[in-house]
Design a protein around this ligand. Sequence first.
Ligand code: COA
Length: 166
Amino acid sequence: MKAIYPGSFDPVTFGHLDIISRAAKQVDHLVVAVLHNPDKKGLFTLEEKVELLKEVTKNIENVEIDSFSGLLSDYATQKNCSTMIRGLRATTDLEYEMQMALTNRKLNKEIDTLFMVSSSEYSYLSSSTVRQIAMFGGKVSCFVPKVVEDALKDKFEEAYDNGRRA
Ligand code: COA
């Protein structure tokens, strides 16, 4: 069985890695796909998100990292894959996730979404929290892998330098 785990991954956190590593054990092939959520203003570029995901999943054999600009339902058709994986951190995620799952099924009736419950230690985690902590120079090593921590540091140092020069 093949499945797609779509998301913004801005940036990938230990919470996403928890879902990726557990989902990869349940399927033959897992495509982790970076898609665009137009409601969100991103920090990392699509290419940077893909590179970070490739680096942190390099030891999981059956995981492929990909990206797509467009609707998830069209991407599913292009990849010839109808199974979506989404993580549920808390019941508060449910309403949004159900809306997305039902809309995707309306757009492409083959699509089914399987939900995985996040491990409890990551149930409070989100990429925006991590971005905010990093922005103010806080420690993010317990939330993200080292390569992501370094990338966040670079991003905010770059922004600080540009701001100072302006
Ligand atoms: N651990 C830690 N954090 C998690 C998590 C987990 N297991 N699961 C979700 N999150 C966090 C993410 O970090 C993210 O945090 P943020 O909001 O602070 O950035 C948040 O939960 C949800 O993000 P994500 O899972 O990336 O979903 P999303 O809502 O940003 O985007 C897409 C989902 C990209 C798949 C969706 O927007 C999409 O399909 N876009 C393409 C266009 C489309 O088809 N639109 C119609 C959809 S019905």
